[in-house]
Design a protein around this ligand. Sequence first.
Ligand code: NAP
Ligand code: ZN
Length: 355
Amino acid sequence: MSVPLVTPTRAYMCDAANAPLHEGEIKRREPRDTDVAIDIHYCGICHSDVHQAKNEWGIAKYPLVPGHEIVGLVSKVGSKVTNFKVGDRVGVGCMVDSCGDCISCKHDAEQHCVNRSTGTYASDDKISGGHTFGGYSASIVVDHRFVLHIPDAIPLEEAAPLLCAGITTWTPLIEHKVGEGSKVGVVGVGGLGHVCIQLAKALGATVVAFTSKASKREELIGFGASTVVVTGNEEDFKSVANSLDLIVDTVSDEHDLSPYLGALRFRGIYHIVGGSPLPLKVPAFPMLIKSMNLTGSLIGGIKPTQDMLNLSAEKGVRPKIEIGQLKDVNTLYERLLKGDVKYRFVLDIKGAYHK
Ligand code: NAP
Ligand code: ZN
C-alpha cells in the first residue's frame, strides 16, 4: 500500500525542459518506522541536475526538484531506527531506496538493484506511488539504509559534494584497485574531477590532471596532481605518453577520447563517469594496438560511500566549494554551463529555510 505525501515542504523546482527553476511547494511523507527525517542545510549542484532540468537524458519527471548532494541534521527518526538520532549530521546521495535482497544490493551496489533502485529525484517512488523530489528543499524523509553519517572532521557544507562527486569518482578508483604506486589520470576538472584528484592522491596514486583551461594549473597541483596536461598542448601530452594505468573521464559533454588514450599504458583502462548526452568519439586503432579497456560506472553503493566519507575525513579530502543562494539557482546553472565555478556550487538551504 502506498504511503501518502502529506507534509507541505518548500522547494525549488522546474516545470518543463528549459523552464527556469522557481520556488514552490511539494509534499513529503510522514516518517515510517524505518525512516529518518532530515532538515536540509546544504545541497550541492551537480552537472547531472542541469542535464535533468533540461531533460537532456530524456528521463526527467516534472515538477522536477533536483539535488542529490544533500547534507543536514536529523529532525526525527522512526521507532525501528537505531543507527541515527535527532541532531546527527547526515547526508543523502543519489539513491533513496532499493530492494535490499538482490545480488547487487547484497554486494553493496544498490545502484544496480535488479528490482530497480530509486533515485533521489525524478525517479518512480515505490513508497508513495509518485516520483521523488531532491534536495533543493527544506527537508527530506529517507529510509535509514540510504542515510550516511558525516564525520565530524568535515564541515557539513564541504561534505555535500562527496555524496555524488565523491562516490562517483571513488567507484572507479576502488574497482580498479588504485593504491600506492598507481598512476591515474583525471580528464575534466570540475565538481567530479577535483574530488577525483584528491581521492586518488589519498589512496596513494600519482595523479595527472587533464584540463581545457591552463588557468587551473596551479590549483590542480594544489589538489594533488603531480602533472597538469592542458588540451592542445602537445608537449604536455608527450610528457605523459604511455604512462597511466587508469584514466577517469568526468567530462559532461561530447568529446574525442583520442588525445587521452595516448597517455594510457599497454592494457590501460579508460573509465567513463561523465554523462554526456551525446555519443563520445572512440578511435579503434589505439584500443587495438595497446589492448586497452573501455568501461564506465554509475555512482556507487552505500557502504562504499561511507568508506569514502571516512577516508576523506582522515586524509583531508575537502571539496572546494562556492556557497550559493537558492534564489540565484538559475544564474548558478548558467555559470556552471560556462565552467565558471570553483569547483562546486553548494546551495545554502539552511539560510533560506532554517534561520
Ligand atoms: P562540471 O563541474 O561541469 O565539470 C565538467 C568538466 O568537464 C568541466 O569543468 C570541464 O573541465 C570539462 N568539460 C566540459 N565540457 C567539455 C568539453 N566539451 N570538452 C572537454 N572538456 C569539457 O560537471 P560535474 O558535476 O563534475 O559532472 C561531470 C559529468 O559527470 C556530468 O555529465 C554529470 O552528469 C556526470 N555524472 C555522472 C555520474 C555517474 O554516476 N557516472 C554521477 C554524477 C555526475 P576543464 O575545465 O578542466 O576542462
Ligand atoms: Zn551528481
